[in-house]
Design a protein around this ligand. Structure first.
Ligand SMILES: Nc1ncnc2c1ncn2[C@@H]1O[C@H](COP(=O)(O)OP(=O)(O)OP(=O)(O)O)[C@@H](O)[C@H]1O
Length: 684
């Protein structure tokens, strides 16, 4: 199906003219809505209400902001009686009547789901083409018999244009072309946790972000209170996706890496792989739990406390009962919501003593006030007692002690970790202080685990976790703590699992995330990579993920794949990149991490303008040299893969890494190799 182009000015197409008039009207209405939002005064009844009103107004203004490149609508549905234009947000006229329907509203659903086989009440679906905000064409699909013949099912020309569009800059939304299987996931109910197992380029990231936008629209009030969090693998990735939700009018979503979430200590060191694996092991949660609660001691003598000038003695047995009851409430199986956290337990213990003294005083005819009782709980005697049996704990300090003191670690790890494992965990040299310790990313997760035992971590109403196949069990727990009673969208691909704790199925990750019963939904139609390139990458699947179905490509692009054996690298590499730098779109030169400097040097020597992509959130340039470990989740129009064998050799799950690298190209991929290709790729 080809879109109807804009006709010559001399023969105006009445359909196009009418749609352009509707577009102009929608733009006017949006301007009026913005003016009305500006006019709302910020005056509330008090300072707090004013601030909330101001924030709500600012939010509304931001969501109404018009980008001249983003037209108010992109599609239209014609039912037997009603016609709706579908856009990124709701637009109404001065009388309050709808001019454009938000893509997330229930009325918009048939736009994404209707087919000739199941027209869902539609007789026609219309998609619009735009160029720089100008409506330039439209494409009609007749879905139910009327005057026109019903069309055959095939991909929309606009979908094809959209997936072939040159990529430059950050990821864009896909609202105009969400496909039915993707739409099912986007619109799943808030209460349902979902795990999307999707092959490369099937739109997992896009679907997860659109689901967040859909849930915020549908459950705005609830989620405004609890919030939505998107967790991504690194800053380069977050930078790539950060514009999608604001473009959909959702500016209040937190986007973070696990490192951001657990940044309670300054990370300044890296673990050896075997140590990182051990620190990511869920048994560490038990070790930390024991280390913390093992610090609670049995009271060894009675205590004298003072309440409004009189002294009361509390016997040892009663003190033991107080401590035992509280410890049980903090450690034994109670549901997380009812669990008494360690720091709260300490406060309750102090209050328990004061309340007991109050009862003694009341029994003697006194009537102490609440303020006097609280003062008693804060008194030096009560504090000293708490310090001796229920000491205040600092999360980083506790992990520091475990990693430096073999006896302390042995006490907490007995029967859980072997002696060798305990030795592996210990810092070779005791650091001078907690602050200056050589903390690693995995240590930060351990510190966060302890912090979560000390105090309840506030939970979001919905969390989207991308590239979830790479999370360690301890990282999963860090995310689960931030989920509270909310639901999850887990996105990932087991074939792209490159971390040492990667599991062959989703069970471990979903259990770690606290939602073992999450439904797994597959996506297998790839929108990024041309068939010729995808088939090449899929040759690795039987070895790296034997159980997974291969992705199918939405399009074929003859000539998209070029395998180029070379004797020396510098000349051919510079030649290929020079040729691609002249083509439209972005180019990513991907190599083993250790080779980045050499590749940058070769290209710079040839006078090419480029930058190496780093994990600091810096934006990719038109030509980027990308370390293989950073390319996950990203895409480029043209990809040059340098020495696949070196990428494989660089790490234990190198073949999985190579699969990630081979599935990043939108238009073309050149593979340059001095040595042999890995055997599975070398087959004819
Ligand atoms: N329905 C769609 N319409 C247009 N483009 C789409 C659609 N679905 C996905 N895409 C595009 O395909 C590309 C891949 O999408 P995305 O990055 O979300 O895939 P992914 O499954 O997360 O990939 P990977 O696992 O390889 O990182 C993106 O450019 C995205 O915009």
């Amino acid at each position: 199906m080809s879109p109807t182009p804009a006709p010559a000015e001399t023969t105006p197409d009445p359909v196009l003219a009418a749609e352009r008039a509707h577009l102009a009207r929608a733009a006017d209405c949006l301007t009026q809505m913005r003016t009305a939002a500006v006019a709302v005064t910020d005056a509330g009844v008090d300072a707090w209400a004013s601030e909330r009103l101001g924030a709500a107004r600012a939010e509304r203004l931001r969501s109404l902001a018009t980008d001249p490149g983003v037209p108010p609508f992109f599609g239209r549905t014609d039912g037997a009686a009603e016609t709706f234009h579908i856009g990124r947000r709701h637009v109404r006229d001065a009388a309050g009547d709808p001019v454009v329907i938000d893509w997330r509203a229930p009325m918009s659903r048939p736009f994404y789901q209707a087919s000739a086989a199941e027209p869902q009440g539609l007789v026609r679906r219309r998609r619009f083409g735009f160029s720089a905000g100008e409506l330039t064409g439209y494409e009609d699909e007749v879905l139910a018999a009327g005057d026109e013949p019903v069309g055959e099912e095939h991909d929309s020309a606009f979908l094809r244009q959209e997936i072939e569009r040159p990529r430059s800059g950050p990821m864009r939304d896909i609202v105009a072309t969400i496909q039915p299987d993707q739409d099912d996931i986007v619109r799943a109910p808030l209460t349902e946790s979902i795990c999307v197992q999707g092959a490369p380029g099937t739109g997992k990231t896009a679907v997860g972000l659109h689901r967040a936008a859909y849930l915020l629209y549908t459950h705005g009030e609830q989620l405004a209170r609890t919030g939505v969090l998107v967790v991504g693998p690194n800053r380069a990735f977050l930078r790539y996706i950060e514009q999608v939700l604001p473009a959909l009018g959702e500016v209040e979503v937190d986007q973070a890496t696990v490192a951001d979430l657990t940044a309670r200590v300054t990370v300044r060191a890296e673990d050896a792989p075997d140590v990182a694996v051990l620190k990511g092991d869920p048994r560490l949660a038990e070790v930390l739990r024991r280390a913390l609660w093992g610090g609670v001691r049995k009271p060894a003598e009675s205590v004298q406390v003072t309440l409004s000038g009189r002294k009361y003695r509390i016997g040892e047995d009663r003190l033991k009962r107080f401590v035992d009851d509280l410890r049980r409430a903090g450690t034994s199986g109670a549901d997380e919501q009812q669990l008494v956290h360690y720091a709260a337990g300490r406060e309750r213990l102090a209050m328990g003593l004061a309340e007991y003294a109050r009862r003694l005083k009341e029994a003697g005819g006194g009537s102490p006030t609440d303020a006097e009782t609280r003062r008693c709980a804060r008194s030096a005697e009560v504090r000293a007692f708490c310090d001796s049996v229920w000491p205040a704990v600092d999360a980083a300090g506790l992990v520091h002690d475990l990693l430096t003191d073999p006896e302390r670690l042995a006490r907490a790890a007995r029967g859980v970790l072997t002696d060798e494992e305990q030795a592996l965990l210990r810092w070779p040299k005791a650091p001078r202080s907690v602050r200056s310790a050589p903390w690693t990313a995995a240590d930060a997760v351990l510190v966060d685990e302890v912090a979560g035992l000390l105090e309840r971590t506030p939970g979001y109403g919905h969390v989207v976790v991308d590239e979830a196949q790479d999370l360690s069990p301890m990282q999963c727990r860090a995310i689960a703590r931030r989920l509270g009673a909310g639901s999850l969208t887990v996105l990932g691909d087991l074939a792209q699992a490159t971390s040492p704790w990667s599991a062959p199925d989703w069970a471990q990750t979903l259990a770690g995330l606290g939602r073992p019963a999450t439904t797994i939904r597959p996506l297998t139609r790839g929108y990024r990579v041309p068939g010729e390139v995808l088939d090449f990458a899929n040759r690795l699947l039987p070895r790296i993920a034997p159980g997974l179905p291969a992705a199918t490509a939405a399009r074929s692009e003859p000539g998209a794949l070029r395998l180029q054996p070379v004797a020396t690298l510098a000349g051919p590499l510079a030649g290929v990149v020079t040729e691609l730098a002249g083509a439209e779109g972005s180019t990513g030169v991907v190599c083993a991490d250790a080779d980045v400097a050499e590749v940058v040097g070769m290209l710079a020597a040839a006078g090419l303008e480029l930058a190496a992509l780093a994990d600091d959130g810096s934006a990719p340039t038109r030509v980027s040299v990308v370390p293989a470990t950073l390319v996950k989740g990203l895409e480029f129009d043209h990809v040059v893969v340098v020495e696949p064998a070196a990428i494989v050799a660089a790490e234990p799950r190198g073949l999985h890494r190579l699969y990630v690298v081979l599935t990043r190209a939108v238009s073309s991929m050149v593979v340059l190799h001095r040595g042999d290709l890995p055997d599975l790729l070398a087959q004819a």
